[in-house]
Design a protein around this ligand. Structure first.
Ligand SMILES: Cc1ncc(COP(=O)(O)O)c(C=O)c1O
Length: 399
């Protein structure tokens, strides 16, 4: 079989390789503490589950409209108004199988060969591959720990060329949890206002996973002049712990949303009736649980943070949101493990943790910044404590 050339545009992601290694070790009977979760561990809200059941009882399980059921688009419309102060007409709303499909549709519908898409780094590993699949070229704007992993306006300005089609933007971000303040967003928006050909694709999936006194804001809300060229994506996955419902959505200019629906019509068509029923209930239902859950995650963040910062050679800052700590392992590079191997990079370090003490994290290389690793604090508290102690022990054993 000759595969399509597009398949050579991306490689299996380093995080998939790490996941496979964890699976191998577990198959050998090893007890592994996984600090790799990319989804919250709360139950789906009860009213969302009841809504799915009711739809099944009524046998409302037929094909759904490509752009989402009317109830779903109305729920999304209400959510954007309530949480973000943004108004979208119903034909400005797209619904897909997770925000992943919504982002993918937007890129596939608009990006041509030679188009460039700006991706601030460290970034979610799927962004560059989606851009490449669409035939475009990712342009990375990396920000380091001393910049709190946030892109500065001058760096954005320097990255823009006449071929720049989109800025893909995520705050709070994966893997760093960095959240931009309103002022920081405004400063980026000021740059974008000088470049009217650049469109903005925001990925707001971590909107409600935000800690301390940070307040979420999104670009189209902060700078209304960007509204006409911004697609604002979100989903019920992380906010309501409903990843498996596969229900994402976007609000944006009608002409882009229509093309995104066309794209979806020949791949998956409308999202599952069951998923949408659950999402409607979550978006329209009581919202108090969001703050309670964020507070719970914040406590777990603090536990893991203390453990990681107490390990020799590691150094991290508290993330503002999401569910990950992006931790530097620069102080371990060049050291020798008890079995003689030398830690040369973050992949070596994460493999050393896995092999020596059975703790799984993901190397920073997967997200475009080394030497770092991503540790998720979505794990039982006992695992965070025991995993953190084991990481400290492994670091202390390096010479
Ligand atoms: C930054 C980011 N965007 C989007 C997604 C995909 O979420 P969804 O379940 O809505 O497709 C993820 C999932 O890990 C993510 O980390």
């Amino acid at each position: 079989m000759d595969f399509a050339p597009r398949m050579s545009r991306f490689k299996p992601s380093p995080s998939q390789i790490a996941t496979a290694r964890v699976r191998d070790l577990q198959a050998q009977g090893r007890d592994i503490i996984k600090l790799t979760a990319g989804e919250p561990d709360f139950p789906a809200p009860e009213h969302a589950k009841q809504a799915v059941m009711a739809v099944m009882e009524r046998n409302e399980v037929q094909y759904t409209p490509i752009n989402g059921t009317l109830a779903m688009r109305q729920a999304v419309q209400g959510k954007f108004k309530r949480d973000n102060g943004l108004h979208y007409d119903l034909d400005q709303i797209a619904v897909g199988s997770g925000s992943k499909q919504v982002l993918f549709n937007a890129l596939m519908a608009t990006v041509s060969s030679g188009d460039k898409v700006i991706i601030p780094g460290p970034y979610w590993a799927s962004y560059p591959d989606m851009v490449k699949l669409a035939g475009g070229e990712p342009v990375f704007v990396p920000a380091g720990q001393n910049e709190k992993f946030k892109m500065r306006p001058a760096e954005l300005e320097a990255a823009i060329t006449p071929r720049t089609k989109w800025l893909m933007f995520c705050s709070p971000g994966n893997p760093t949890g960095a959240a931009y303040s309103r002022d920081e967003l405004q400063a980026l928006a000021d740059v974008l206002l000088r470049h009217p050909h650049v469109h903005v694709l925001t990925d707001d999936v971590y909107e409600h996973l935000i800690f301390d006194d940070h307040e979420f804001a999104t670009l189209a809300q902060v700078e209304p002049q960007l509204y006409g060229r911004t697609v604002t994506c979100n989903s019920v996955s992380k906010a309501y712990s409903m990843t498996g419902f596969r229900c994402g959505y976007a609000g944006g200019p009608k002409y882009i949303i229509a093309k995104m629906s066309n794209m979806q019509s020949q791949s998956t068509a409308g999202v599952s009736a069951l998923g949408q029923a659950g999402a409607v209930a979550a978006l329209n239902g009581p919202q108090e649980l969001l703050k309670e859950r964020a507070a719970n995650l914040q406590r777990r963040r603090d536990m893991l943070f203390e453990k990681l910062n107490g390990a020799e050679g590691l150094n991290c800052d508290l993330p503002d949101g999401a569910m990950y700590i992006f931790c530097s392992c620069a102080g371990t590079i060049g050291k020798r493990a008890p079995d003689g191997r030398v830690i040369e990079n973050d992949t070596d370090f994460t493999m050393y943790l896995l092999d020596s003490v059975g703790v799984a994290v993901v190397q920073g290389e997967a997200y475009g910044l080394s030497p770092y690793f991503r540790a998720s604090f979505v794990a039982p508290e006992a695992d965070l404590i025991r995993g953190g102690d084991l990481i400290q022990r492994a670091c202390a054993a390096l010479q």
